[in-house]
Design a protein around this ligand. Sequence first.
Ligand code: ZN
Length: 338
Amino acid sequence: MSKRPSPVSPTVDFDADGIQHGFLKLPISTDESAWGAVMIPITVINNGAGPTALLTAGNHGDEYEGITALLKLSNTLRAEDVRGRVIIVPIMNVPAATAGKRTSGLDGGNLNRSFPGNPDGGVTEQIADYFTRELVPMCDVALDLHSGGRTLDILPFAAAHRLDDRTQEAQSLAGAVSFGAPVAMMMFELDATKLYDTAVESQGKTFVTTELGGGGTTTPERMAIAERGVRNFLIPYGLIEGQLESPAGQQVYVDMPDASCYVQSEHSGLLELSFALGETVRRGDVIARIYDMTRTGSEPIVYHAQRDGVLVARRFPAQVNMGDTIAVIAEVVDSLER
Ligand SMILES: [Zn+2]
């Protein structure tokens, strides 16, 4: 059954030369605005022949490193610097960012669990559908900037996924490496079905995702990684000129072969992690203790690492509930190619 056209209307012309700042307008009707619209800011830069890059952030509303980096890029990238087309959407899920949350303040939707989307669904599914059917088909390469948000803190990395199409996988991996974060990763997703990543990859595009920090804030160090990475991403495709800027130290390659990389809590309480982000962990090491906050005199629950590796992500708030991911241990490898 064919879907109706997207209800989203752009105020920009994707084929016009030069730089345009506008909006993707999605009609809504709420208590605050009977005939209103969600206004998703967008910048389109067109200058001559070349590929199209789609740069996105704010897929989750509380992941500020990427949002800030793309807002800055939209103010600084000039049309004469570009060969081809760059489409910048710094805040995909505006209702989530407005609420300062991961998920939408309008319908509770988690945009990155809503793809491929639905023009007749809720606001979040309607945003996903516009990307899947309108924006993604326009692009050759796509970069989606995430970080840990309020509940995770993540060692800054750019990543690709294992794909059936080896050429597409290699091109995506090359993009993740040239992003120039301290870590480049082959990422394993707990459930990839409804991700934007999967929607883009299934259209055969080169796709790079990132995790650039977290905790619901930014730091100067992580902003520098995000801003450098966004420019680095554009250079290999000839979209902008320049030399790739490398991270300060040697770039580390890490692989996540399977779900055992994720340490998830089976208890609720107060979390004490024994390792900092980036530290080396050995199988059997005590990685975390969880304390019962309701009483004194009880021993903590001890969690041991199930594999060797490096701590690439951790729960950010100290309070932890059953099911929360408390740590992610990835394997350091010499090469990510297969
Ligand atoms: Zn995210």
